[in-house]
Write a protein that binds this ligand. Structure first.
Ligand SMILES: Cc1cc2nc3c(=O)[nH]c(=O)nc-3n(C[C@H](O)[C@H](O)[C@H](O)COP(=O)(O)OP(=O)(O)OC[C@H]3O[C@@H](n4cnc5c(N)ncnc54)[C@H](O)[C@@H]3O)c2cc1C
Length: 414
């Protein structure tokens, strides 16, 4: 595949842009592959990419029931940070964040990574103590964060109402190299690179069953027929429980809808990401000028992919008190995605009771930021049977009680 470059843009401009190749192929499925990945979200595509790039495994199909990136990957609010409390989490999220730094160059695709800085506001004494603890943990983990006071918060984001009506801003956990990236570009960039390595990305094809022989996977049934495989990766976020059942095991996971909304575009007013977890709202400004606003998760399990008025009201109320200047903005649209939540709010990257079947799920409300690190670890696990980054995230932790409690870092914030 031809590389994207300034020269290519000039060349195509001179010939009316008629020479661009398709970014990825739409092949007919083969009878079998060494590896089948179910789910062409960011995590599934990144797994395929690192299988090829790091381990030379290229006879791979990624099977997607809708369109690639049409799940949570194309529905999230794009926040990237690695300021988690527990060591295994900080390791995988920081690996992902550092891969994001050069992802556009690695994929030869502009994912618009913008390390503009992420601040998580402390609005109660309890939050001050919690975030100071996280800042100390991050220092030991080699993750660059600091706890900053209210005057620094105001300097970094002048539109914040420091004396909020319910809760004043008392400080913030600040990660200067956190930020955002364009979500669908991440999926498209990985898809293009996978296709370039000869992998098949098969859209509009649902995996409806998993065939096993003697406790080992031998293939999948799909809406386009049977496809054989030596190894199977299940990477379907909110549908993980459904797919696990099709493979013959159960996962300790629940699915709920999580919502977000965007405003009409306005001139630049903030160049950092701000999360206000006590009042529960967070906001950043997209390159188009829209204010990107994160809402809440439904309080009951469901598989809907839409927003609801009570969440909009709650979220907007929280944000208007934190950023009074947005009170007259019109909201353009809102939506939901189905997120997969574990009890300890940490992901699962693991072998399963079925030999040859691997699962990557449980990223819940915060897996966009993890895509490169998760794909890296899952590919290593599938290729070698072990990955240091994934070791603590195995299914065994639920049996052994070795939980990785990130409910503070991930339960509300993203
Ligand atoms: C509103 C919202 C805001 C969020 N904000 C953030 C944020 O700011 N920062 C952050 O880090 N994270 C955020 N997240 C979480 C993040 O989006 C997810 O953790 C991440 O995108 C999960 O990626 P994935 O590849 O695992 O899943 P997905 O992108 O959902 O991909 C899974 C794919 O599997 C496919 N699939 C399912 N079943 C089958 C089947 N049987 N056969 C074939 N294909 C199948 C689906 O169609 C889907 O495309 C947010 C999520 C939502 C919903």
């Amino acid at each position: 595949m031809r590389r994207y470059s300034a020269f290519a843009i000039a060349r195509e401009a001179a010939r009316h842009h008629l020479g661009w190749e398709r970014a990825w192929a739409s092949p007919t499925p083969k009878a079998s592959y060494d590896v089948v990945i179910v789910g062409a979200g960011g995590h599934g595509l990144a797994t395929a990419y690192y299988l090829g790039r790091n381990h030379g495994i290229r006879n791979v199909a990624v099977i997607e029931k809708g369109w690639l990136g049409g799940g949570n990957t194309g529905r999230n609010t794009t926040i990237i940070r690695s300021n988690y409390l527990q060591d295994p989490s900080a390791a995988i999220y920081e690996k992902a964040r550092s891969l994001y730094e050069t992802l556009s160059q690695d994929l030869n695709y502009n994912v618009m990574f913008s390390p503009r800085g992420v601040m998580m506001l402390a609005q109660t004494e309890h939050e001050i103590r919690g975030y100071q603890r996280t800042a100390h943990a991050n220092a030991l983990q080699g993750v660059a964060t600091e706890f900053i006071g209210p005057s620094k918060v105001r300097e970094l984001c002048p539109i914040i109402n420091i004396r909020g009506p319910r809760y004043p801003v008392l400080g913030a956990l600040w990660q200067p190299r956190g930020g955002t990236a364009r979500h669908d570009a991440v999926a498209w960039g990985y898809a293009r690179a996978c296709s370039d390595m000869g992998m098949d990305i098969i859209q509009q094809t649902e995996v409806t069953g998993v065939r096993r022989e003697g406790g080992r996977v031998v293939g999948v049934d799909t809406t386009r027929g049977h496809i054989g495989c030596g190894k199977l990766g299940i990477v379907v976020a909110g549908h993980s429980g459904v797919m696990a059942e099709r493979a013959g095991f159960r996962l300790p996971i629940e699915s709920v809808a999580l919502q977000a909304l965007v405003s009409e575009p306005i001139k630049p007013v903030m160049d950092v990401v701000v999360m206000a977890n006590t009042v529960h709202g967070y906001m950043s400004q997209s390159d188009k000028g829209e204010m990107v606003i994160g809402g809440g998760a439904d309080g009951y399990n469901n598989y809907t992919q839409r927003g609801s008025f009570h969440h909009v009201e709650e979220t907007v109320r929280a944000l208007v008190e934190t950023f009074p200047i947005i009170s007259r903005l019109k909201m353009l649209r809102w939506w939901g995605g189905i997120v997969d939540m574990t009890g300890d709010r940490s992901p699962i990257i693991s072998k399963t009771p079925v030999e040859g079947v691997f699962v990557n799920c449980g990223w819940g409300t915060g897996g966009f930021k993890a895509i490169p690190g998760s794909g890296w670890a899952m590919a290593e696990l599938m290729a070698k049977g072990h990955s240091p980054l994934a070791a603590e995230f195995s299914l065994d932790r639920f049996r052994e009680g070795k939980f990785i409690d990130e409910s503070v870092a991930a339960g509300v914030a993203h």
